[in-house]
Design a protein around this ligand. Structure first.
Ligand code: 5GP
Ligand code: SF4
Ligand code: MG
Length: 465
C-alpha cells in the first residue's frame, strides 16, 4: 500500500490526492482520503479504483477541506480474500475521547487475529476485516492522556510490519515499526510538512525531501514543528529488500540510494553471476527495465525493447484473482515481432512468483520466432510467502517452493533460467560483503525463509517455518 499525509497547507487533501497518484504503483484497488477542518471536523472519501478517477473531481475534493489530510492507496495482502470491500478501504477513522483519529497503514500486522479476538471479547465493534483497524481500537481503549501516547501504547501491542500515517484534529503523526520493514519519508512543503511512503510523491507536490523516518521512530508534527520519539525497544533494522527489487518506484530514493541505480546495479551483478551468449537483452517492462539496462552494460550485449507494454494497464501481479492475472499478461505486454525473429534473446525480469508472467512471455517470444530464450531474474527464487505487506500467494503456489531451478526451467520451457544469488542482491543494494548470515541487514524472508518477526497468526493457522 501507499500512504501520504500533509499538515499546514491549504486544501491539504489536494496535495494528498497528488501524492497518492504518485504512489499508485503501491496499490490500485482502492484509495481514500480523510481531512480535518476546524469548522467541519473530520471528512472522509473512500473509493474503489484509481486516484485519478476519484480524487480529481473538485466536487469531491470540496468535501475534504482543511489544512490537514491523510490518504491511502490499497493493495490487499494476506488478510483479505478476493475482492476488497469498501469497508476495508483506508484511512480508518474513529471518534473517541480526545477527539478521535484517522490512520493509514502500510504493512501487515502479524498478530492481528489474536488482537481482534481479544478486542471483540472486550467489547470493541469492528467495522472492517482489515488487520489495521486493531490499531484504532487499541488507541480508543488506551488510558494515556493524549492521542500520540495512546498510539504508542497501541503500537507496543502490535507485531509485524507497519509504516503509519495518522492524524488527530491538530497533529500529523508518522511511525515506522522497530525493524523499519516498510518505507516512510518526511518532506517539507511550503510552511507545512508531508509524510510519504516514497520520495517520488514528494516530488509531485514540490515538497523537498527532508529525511527518512527511522525504524522505530514516531514523529508528531504540528505547526510548531516535528517532534521525534522512539517508543519501542531498539532493534536492528530489517528493511524489505524487495522494495529495492520491485515495489518502490525507480525515481525514489531509498536508504540514501536511487532505486533506479540499485536496480541497474542488480543487473550488473546478475550479468557477472549468470553470463550467457546471446544477441539481445530485453527487459520485461516495466519492472525488469533498469536491471536489463545493467545486464546489457555489463555483458556488452545490446539492449533492445523486445516486449512492448501497453501503458494503460496496471501491474498484473496486483490484480487479485488468478483469472484476471492470466489474461493480464496479454493485455499488458506484447512482443516486438520484427526485432525478435531469429534472435537469441535474454529476458530480464524482477521476479518469478507463480511463473504466470514468464510462461506467457516465453510463449509469445517463441511464437514470434526467437531462436533461444534465456531468463535472467533480478531476485533470488521466491520460495516463501511475505507476511509483511506484499501479496505473495500461499507457499504451494510459489514455483520455487516446490521446484528446483532446473525443474522451473523445464516448467517454463526456456533454454536457460538463472536467478541472482542472495549475496549478489545484497552487494547490489550496497552491502559490499554480501549477506551477513548472522545479522542480515534486510528482511529477505520471501527468498530465505528467515522471518524477522514471527508470523504468529499464520503459525496458529498451521503455517510451518
Ligand atoms: P508471476 O507471474 O511469476 O506470478 O509474477 C511475477 C511478476 O509479477 C513479475 O513480472 C513482477 O514484476 C510482478 N510482481 C508484481 N507485484 C509483485 C509482488 O508483489 N511480488 C512479486 N514477487 N512480484 C510481483
Ligand atoms: Fe519484503 Fe520479502 Fe520481507 Fe516481504 S518477505 S517484507 S517482500 S523482503
Ligand atoms: Mg513485472
Amino acid at each position: 500500500c501507499g500512504i501520504f499525509g500533509v499538515i499546514g497547507a491549504s486544501d491539504a487533501a489536494n496535495f494528498v490526492a497528488l501524492g497518492l497518484h504518485a504512489l499508485q504503483h503501491r496499490g490500485q484497488e482502492a484509495g481514500g482520503i480523510v481531512s480535518h477542518d476546524a469548522d467541519q471536523g473530520f471528512n472522509s472519501v473512500r473509493r474503489f479504483g484509481y486516484v485519478r478517477d476519484n480524487f480529481t473531481d473538485q466536487n469531491v475534493m470540496k468535501t475534504l477541506p482543511g489544512l490537514l489530510a491523510i490518504g491511502h492507496v490499497r493493495y490487499s495482502t494476506t488478510g483479505s480474500k478476493g475482492q476488497t470491500a469498501i469497508r476495508d478501504v483506508q484511512p480508518f477513522f474513529g471518534e473517541f475521547s480526545m477527539g478521535g483519529a484517522a490512520i493509514a497503514h502500510n504493512g501487515n500486522i502479524t498478530n492481528a487475529d489474536a488482537l481482534r479476538r481479544e478486542l471483540i471479547e472486550r467489547g470493541s465493534i469492528f467495522q472492517s476485516s482489515s488487520d489495521s483497524e486493531c490499531i484504532i481500537h487499541l488507541m480508543a481503549r488506551s488510558l494515556q492522556r493524549n492521542i500520540p501516547e495512546r498510539m504508542e501504547d497501541a503500537l507496543r501491542r502490535v507485531e509485524g510490519a507497519f509504516s503509519i500515517v495518522a492524524m488527530t484534529r491538530t497533529k500529523l503523526i508518522g511511525v515506522r515499526d522497530p525493524l523499519g520493514v516498510r518505507p516512510l519519508v518526511l518532506g517539507k512543503v511550503g510552511d507545512g510538512w508531508a509524510l510519504s511512503s516514497e520520495t517520488c510523491a514528494l516530488d509531485i507536490i514540490g515538497a523537498s525531501f527532508v529525511r527518512e523516518i527511522k525504524p522505530g521512530e514516531m514523529v508528531v508534527i504540528t505547526e510548531k514543528g516535528v517532534e521525534s520519539i522512539f517508543p519501542f525497544r531498539p532493534a536492528k533494522s530489517r528493511f524489505c529488500i524487495f522494495e529495492h527489487v520491485y515495489f518502490s518506484r525507480p525515481d525514489s530514493i531509498l536508504g540514501g540510494r536511487s532505486v533506479y541505480e540499485t536496480r541497474r546495479e542488480i543487473g550488473v551483478e546478475l550479468a557477472r553471476e549468470t553470463p550467457v551468449d546471446a544477441d539481445i537483452v530485453c527487459p520485461v517492462p516495466d519492472s525488469g527495465t533498469p536491471a536489463a539496462i545493467g545486464y546489457s552494460q555489463e555483458s556488452g550485449i545490446p539492449y533492445a525493447m523486445g516486449i512492448i507494454r501497453n501503458q494503460y494497464m496496471g501491474r498484473t501481479f496486483i490484480e487479485p484473482t488468478e483469472q484476471i492475472r492470466n489474461m493480464g499478461v496479454r493485455l499488458k505486454l506484447n512482443v516486438n515481432r520484427a526485432l525478435i525473429k531469429g534472435k537469441r534473446i535474454i529476458l530480464v525480469d524482477d521476479s518469478v512468483v507463480r511463473g504466470t508472467t514468464s510462461r506467457k512471455i516465453k510463449e509469445m517470444v517463441l511464437d514470434a520466432g526467437a531462436a533461444e530464450v534465456h531468463f535472467r531474474i533480478a531476485s533470488p527464487p521466491t520460495a516463501w510467502p511475505c507476511f509483511y505487506g506484499v501479496d505473495t500467494p500461499q507457499r504451494e503456489k510459489l514455483l520455487a517452493a516446490t521446484m528446483s531451478e532446473e525443474e522451473m526451467r523445464q516448467h517454463l520451457g526456456v533454454d536457460s533460467l538463472r536467478f541472482i544469488s542472495l549475496d549478489g542482491l545484497y552487494r547490489a543494494v550496497g552491502e559490499a560483503n554480501g549477506r551477513d548470515p548472522d545479522a542480515p541487514a534486510y528482511c529477505d524472508a520471501c527468498f530465505s525463509g528467515e522471518y524477522p518477526v514471527e508470523p504468529a497468526d499464520m503459525i496458529s493457522k498451521g503455517f510451518e517455518l
